[in-house]
Design a protein around this ligand. Structure first.
Ligand SMILES: *[C@@H]1O[C@H](CO)[C@@H](O)[C@H](O)[C@H]1NC(C)=O
Ligand SMILES: *[C@@H]1O[C@H](CO)[C@@H](O)[C@H](O)[C@H]1NC(C)=O
Ligand SMILES: *[C@@H]1O[C@H](CO)[C@@H](O)[C@H](O)[C@H]1NC(C)=O
Ligand SMILES: *[C@@H]1O[C@H](CO)[C@@H](O)[C@H](O)[C@H]1NC(C)=O
Length: 284
């Protein structure tokens, strides 16, 4: 290798290492998605007392993601319709070296769960999907993270699973901004890389939800806090390979695959909502 190239590579390796180290708050220990390593998913609970909930072992734990076995899901006709209205909002795309996410200025919208209002706070993407359905992983999962307006700390997440196929209009508007985020990758050090995404239209994410699977679980990254209402939509959406590649490009190599392994179900019940005329992409 030419010396110039070697030193360029050293700079890149350093940049990636710094980025990985900076992804959690300064006083929180780092973690990674690389299986079988010191910081990998099976060791998260040992990295800090703050991460103790990440231990999926004891039967009391309600960790996420899980494998959804559709034939075991219990139909429940009176579950929430997940009816929601999101308004176009000024958004910021963030690369913290572990995941790509999007936050909003103001209040883009709410969803009602069990009669309680939860406000949309953040979108985050995982490749491949974190939830598996009947043991099968899909290429992408988008998680719409909502927080309880009542200040209880409860979280409601809507998960949309994608396969590669036709283009999804939501990602058209992010194309240039995601490319900017990827270009910014080498410059982040102390902080996360951020790109102002301007006004982002969220309407395509509020299409009539139809069927979904509901269970109680946790955040899928440290500190793995429980008290999360998971709602995994039953209709698989499509996006193109190019759109998928844009979402992965900004991440360092060790986080391009950032799905936590599935966790023990520990006796939890998965309920299933399937209103008339809704589409379901899985055998039930
Ligand atoms: C946990 O970390 C150790 C190194 O401290 C490593 O050898 C081991 O493989 C990791 N365990 C798992 C299950 O990833
Ligand atoms: C959904 O919510 C909107 C606004 O809150 C309301 O106008 C509409 O009637 C609701 N639709 C259903 C099916 O509940
Ligand atoms: C979005 O930000 C721009 C520039 O700061 C501002 O002019 C506009 O009013 C904002 N739009 C909304 C809906 O907040
Ligand atoms: C379901 O679809 C059929 C045929 O398109 C329609 O007649 C019926 O009203 C729909 N039912 C509901 C509840 O939307």
């Amino acid at each position: 290798m030419l010396p110039a190239m070697a030193s360029l590579r050293a700079v890149l390796v350093l940049a990636v290492a710094v980025a990985a180290a900076s992804s959690v708050a300064a006083d929180d220990p780092d973690y990674s998605y690389v299986p079988g390593t010191k910081l990998g998913p099976d060791n998260w609970s040992k990295l800090s007392p703050k991460y103790s909930a990440c231990n999926g072992g004891p039967a009391v734990r309600k960790q996420s993601p899980i494998d959804i076995v559709t034939k075991n899901a219990v139909p429940k006709a009176d579950l929430d319709s997940l009816n929601r209205t999101y308004v176009a909002s000024n958004a910021t795309l963030i690369n913290n070296g572990k995941e790509i996410s999007m936050t909003f200025a103001g209040k883009p919208g709410t969803v009602s769960i069990g009669g309680k209002a939860f406000s949309l706070k953040k979108l985050q993407w995982r490749t491949p999907s974190e939830h598996t359905i009947n043991g099968k992983r899909h290429p992408l999962e988008l998680q719409l993270i909502h927080q309880s307006d009542a200040g209880t700390g409860e979280v409601a997440i809507l998960a949309i699973i994608y396969k590669v196929g036709a283009p999804d209009s939501f990602y058209f508007q992010l194309k240039r901004k995601l490319a900017e985020l990827a270009a910014d990758r080498c410059s982040y050090g102390e902080q996360d890389a951020r790109v102002a995404a301007g006004l982002v239209h969220l309407r395509s994410l509020e299409k009539r939800t139809g069927s979904y699977f509901r269970y109680m679980g946790s955040l899928t990254a440290p500190p793995c806090a429980e008290n999360v209402y998971w709602n995994v939509l039953g209709k698989v959406r499509q996006l193109t390979q190019e759109q998928l590649d844009l979402l992965v490009a900004p991440l360092p190599a060790a986080a391009k695959q950032n799905a936590r392994p599935v966790q023990p179900i520990n006796g939890r019940v998965i309920t299933f909502y399937n209103p008339p005329n809704s589409t379901i992409s899985f055998e039930i």
